[in-house]
Write a protein that binds this ligand. Structure first.
Ligand SMILES: Nc1ncnc2c1ncn2[C@@H]1O[C@H](COP(=O)(O)OP(=O)(O)OP(=O)(O)O)[C@@H](O)[C@H]1O
Length: 231
């Protein structure tokens, strides 16, 4: 589903943010990305979303060579993805439901259908009762769950979450993670970066980065190896 072949990324004027990374993630896997600050976790996620392009190597999502997607085709490509990045704040001047509806409205979904699906997404993250609230009235953990609802409302094939539990207490972090896991359980491929040791210990698959290099790839399932060999 996702494949990195000898991928390096250098931001202009900087050292390598990612250095010769090769890995694959099978459809439906839940994978955690671990590593100290500056290890390259966000960069790896941004390459998958084509927010950044690789300096060398190839990033594939499905059959698509992501580094070569034309800018004009990016909005269509990104419909496959649900992005939970720290920069994507909720809009404070719209209520929770309107925030979740946004990705559907921009692709032309009818208002009534968008509202129905957004309510269902809020229900899945346990926040239907907050639909009419303004985001600033919610706790950090609740806002993060709204961000998850917004990221999945268009039924993406892949969820990319960059430190979704940062700055949350244990209980809130657990709820955020449970919400993400519920999408994994219905077949969505999930990549989640985290510093959180507790979550990492409970994870089936952890990719460790350090200084832009892959230093650990624990729990890669057998079928992913087979896919690699066949490709
Ligand atoms: N837009 C950018 N321009 C220049 N350098 C960047 C840019 N984004 C990241 N970097 C550099 O690339 C390296 C990897 O950064 P990245 O954000 O991917 O790490 P990270 O593991 O996500 O860190 P954190 O846990 O702190 O978010 C760092 O040295 C960082 O300073």
């Amino acid at each position: 589903m996702i494949e990195f072949r000898h991928v390096s990324k250098r931001y202009e004027g900087n050292a390598l943010a990612l250095s010769d990374v090769s890995l694959s993630v099978a459809k439906g896997e839940l994978v955690f990305l671990a590593g100290p600050s500056g290890a390259g976790k966000s960069t790896l996620l941004k390459l998958i979303a084509a927010i950044e392009r690789p300096s060398a190597g190839m990033v594939k999502v499905g059959e698509q060579d992501v580094g070569r997607i034309a800018s004009s085709a990016l909005p269509y490509f990104r419909r496959k993805l649900g992005l939970i990045f720290q920069q994507q704040r909720l809009l404070a001047d719209r209520n929770v439901l309107q925030n979740v509806m946004l990705p559907l409205i921009v692709v032309g979904t009818a208002q009534a259908e968008a509202e129905k699906r957004s309510r269902a997404a809020l229900d899945k993250v346990g926040l239907l009762d907050k639909a009419s609230s303004p985001p600033p009235a919610l706790s950090g953990g609740e806002q993060q769950r709204v961000a998850i609802a917004r990221a999945i409302v268009h039924r993406p094939q892949v969820i990319l979450a960059d430190e979704p539990t940062a700055n949350l207490d244990r209980v809130s972090a657990g709820k955020v993670l449970d919400a993400l896991k519920s999408f994994h359980s219905v077949g969505v491929t999930c990549l989640i970066s985290t510093h959180d040791e507790e979550f990492l210990q409970a994870a089936d698959r952890v990719i460790h980065l350090q200084g832009g290099r892959l230093v650990g790839n624990i729990g890669q399932p057998a079928h992913a190896f087979v896919e690699e060999r066949l490709s």
